[in-house]
Write a protein that binds this ligand. Structure first.
Ligand code: BDR
Ligand code: CA
Length: 314
């Protein structure tokens, strides 16, 4: 039986790759996409999610639109210099034919978890607002979920949205602190590992040979995203954020994991930093917090190969 997942996403170039990677993996059944602000505003994230499912020929998968602002303040704004103003590398996709559900993301998550207790894994690859809202509305989702495997955070590595914080967490640190503090198993696939998963120009070029609509779309949207990495990191090609969380779901043995309680900085310069308590002495702020699985190392080449294998076979 494939593992059921809900991908909570802000598509986003790397979100797009992660969604397609999951759709091409028979071990996973995507029961829905829920959308969130981050790379773009939520309204555009929702349109993109619908459009991506149409490209994949999977309009049967429902989309539920999520929060438009963080728990305690307004969304700070999209990042067109990373993902393009359209979140899709500035290729100007036409509007989708389909529409989002009449219920919001948090309600959809609750309904699905209630209907399939123990069966669904949440895979958030954007800010954690929808997940925190679902927890607030229905705390029993911690009993109904299988696991939460998220892309976000930086335990031992520096941030990317600021020197301290990773973008998804920094967009709603209060929500992230709620999610890491809830009584469920959270696995954090953060910058500690995603910056070790490197797609070279040759890896990217190979997608152009696959000859299917998903790989063709990836080839169209990657150039803008790649320019961002090449002007900010000392490497050619891209690093693989959101798809690394999908790779963890498919094969956790590719990752080295440490188990630490996490607090999230919400103040000043440290806003958005995920702080693991790695030492023996646990301060009160970390005491009684659940242990998260924190990915600290990865077989990056294998993750890149696995994603290419799946898309090649689509
Ligand atoms: C995360 O931020 C977004 O830009 C990406 O889609 C990814 O989820 C990386 O920090
Ligand atoms: Ca994302």
């Amino acid at each position: 039986m494939p593992r059921k997942i809900i991908i909570d996403t802000d598509p986003g170039v790397d979100d797009t790759m992660a969604i397609f990677f999951a759709l091409c993996s028979p071990e996973l059944e995507v029961v829905g996409l829920t959308t969130i602000f981050g790379n773009v505003h939520t309204e555009l994230a929702t349109k993109n999610a619908l459009r991506l499912l149409e490209i994949a020929g999977r309009s049967d998968i429902p989309v539920a639109a999520g929060a438009v602002d963080a728990l305690t303040g307004p969304f700070e704004g999209p990042v067109p210099f990373v993902h393009g103003a359209d979140g899709q590398g500035d290729i100007n996709l036409p509007d989708p034919a389909g529409k989002a559900l009449g219920i919001n993301a948090a309600q959809f998550i609750i309904e699905q978890l209630r209907a399939h207790p123990g069966e669904i894994t949440l895979a958030p690859v954007g800010p954690l607002t929808n997940i925190a809202l679902a927890l607030r509305l229905e705390p029993r989702i911690t009993e109904w979920v299988d696991e939460v495997v998220l892309m976000g955070g930086n335990a031992l590595a520096p941030g990317n949205a600021s020197p301290a914080g990773e973008a998804n967490i920094r967009n709603d640190p209060e929500a992230a602190d709620i999610v890491f503090g809830a009584d469920w198993q959270v696995t954090m696939v953060g910058l500690d590992v995603t910056l070790r998963v490197h797609m070279t120009p040759e890896d990217i070029a190979e997608y152009a040979t696959h000859g299917n609509p998903m790989s063709d779309h990836i080839v169209r949207i990657l150039p803008h995203y790649r320019r961002y990495f090449e002007s900010n990191y000392e490497a050619e090609g891209i690093f693989v954020h959101d798809s690394s969380a999908i790779a963890y779901l498919l094969d956790p043995t590719l990752f080295k994991v440490r188990r630490w309680p996490i607090r999230v900085g919400t103040q000043g310069l440290g806003r958005g930093k995920t702080w693991p308590a790695t030492g023996g002495h646990i301060l009160p702020a970390w005491a009684n917090r659940p242990l998260a699985n924190v990915c600290v190392d990865v077989d990056g080449e294998r993750v890149v190969e696995l994603e290419a294998e799946r898309l090649r076979g689509a």
